[in-house]
Write a protein that binds this ligand. Structure first.
Ligand code: DGL
Length: 262
């Protein structure tokens, strides 16, 4: 199984996969060289995803790909599915579930700018906005804050307040919030603190949904795995990598190393 994201966001999916499929092995591509995906063009994201899959394909046979990133999924999933034969699972902002849950009919969707501007997201917002008001925040700052948090850098409340200001200044606040980027789940507590006083909140991040889709796949296909250990490959050597390695320990990767994607 190949899993990829621009950074640590996808690890929140991995955590859930490990819970329900403890025996599955995987290669996690942490594409920090291209972080953040959220400010890249659709063309770049499509090309980059193809490159990641093709490069890994050459060194490890792939049975399934998990795109642990809303930005890549909303922009490139259908293209990637047409291009490759193995199953590819993606993660999407789940407005449908939010519509069922919301009581005040105000839904908040926060995601990267590329996700918000994608055709897929525009379409689901349009479809669901007849029965709900959908308040949208497109930001590339929050994923960076999540990356810093896992490296032990304190989350600056003032920056969070600034990001969520479009909602905190509303007269009626969303009661259901879609975390449309896998990085944001790592900040759920901090986000709650900023918004909690406003109303009782419900968060939707699609992570469990994806984990169950993967479980279902392995159950149905009875696929034998061909990767024998868990590996993390990162695409850029950076100074702060030591701090990140500390965080990664909890995932018990047998191998963590640099991988050239160029
Ligand atoms: N974690 C990613 C997502 O779910 C992308 C964050 C970024 O690189 O901008 O959208």
């Amino acid at each position: 199984m190949l899993i990829f994201d621009s950074g640590v966001g996808g690890l929140s999916i991995l955590k859930n996969i490990k819970k329900i499929l403890p025996k599955i092995h995987y290669i996690y591509i942490l594409d920090n060289e291209a972080f953040p995906y959220g400010n890249k063009t659709e063309f770049f994201i499509i090309e980059r995803s193809i490159k990641i899959i093709n490069t890994i394909k050459k060194i490890h046979p792939i049975t399934i790909v998990v795109i642990a990133c809303n930005t890549v999924s909303t922009v490139a999933l259908s293209i990637l599915r047409n291009k490759f034969k193995f199953p590819i699972i993606g993660i999407f902002p789940d407005i449908k579930t939010a519509s069922k849950i919301t009581k005040n009919k105000i839904i908040g969707l926060i995601a990267t700018k590329t996700t918000i501007n994608s055709y897929y997201t525009k379409k689901i917002i349009y479809k669901n906005s007849f029965s709900n008001t959908i308040q949208v925040i497109g930001t590339n700052k929050l994923a960076l804050i999540a990356e810093k948090k896992v490296r032990g850098i304190t989350v600056p409340e003032i920056k969070l307040k600034d990001i969520f200001q479009p909602w905190t200044s509303l007269l009626s606040y969303p009661d259901t919030i879609i975390l449309g980027c896998t990085h944001f789940s790592l900040l759920e507590e901090e986000i709650k603190k900023i918004l909690y006083k406003k109303s009782s909140l419900f968060f939707i991040d699609s992570i469990q949904k994806v984990a169950f889709q993967i479980k279902n796949y392995f159950y149905k296909s009875k696929n034998n795995q061909n990767i024998k250990k868990n590996i993390l490959l990162y695409s850029k050597n950076t100074k702060d990598l030591q701090n990140l390695l500390c965080y990664l320990k909890r995932y018990q990767f047998a191998k963590i190393e640099y991988f050239n994607l160029n």
